[in-house]
Design a protein around this ligand. Sequence first.
Ligand code: FES
Length: 174
Amino acid sequence: MSENNKPRRDFIKLASMTLGGVGAASLVVPFISTMQPGKDALALASTEIDLSPIPEGQSLTVIWRGKPVFIKHRMTDEIQSAKEINLDDLIDIQDDSARVLQDKWLVVLGVCTHLGCVPLGQKTTDNKGDFGGWFCPCHGSHYDTSGRIRKGPAPKNLEVPPYVFLTDNRIKIG
Ligand code: FES
């Protein structure tokens, strides 16, 4: 092999190493991109809800991060019964004021804390259980008008998701 061929051989070696590097990089990029949350997931990370169409005494169910969220426009007597309770009677002790940002609006995940069923109580005609909130018929958990567990096998209150009021009639969950 003549000495004249050497620079050409070096060039070929260098070119193939560079291509190898590009190949490795292109393998890494799709792998990393599959670990990023998809656009759908990002879009659902937070959701804004207009509360103005929900009349007093009625509820709305929205889906946030794949879970139902119950938004209840509470009536005066529902607020009173949530606040007047003796805290010692509760299974999962929590004052109503720690569960709401505004008394007339209760926002909770509609997921029973027993085994994850969706409790009844969103429709005005639904069975709302013994405490006027929600009733989970699969094993008989009763929730009050603050979404607190009052009777049955569920161990915890309905969870309050993170949310803020953007205006008097608009909230952002997540
Ligand atoms: S899942 Fe609700 S009572 Fe069992």
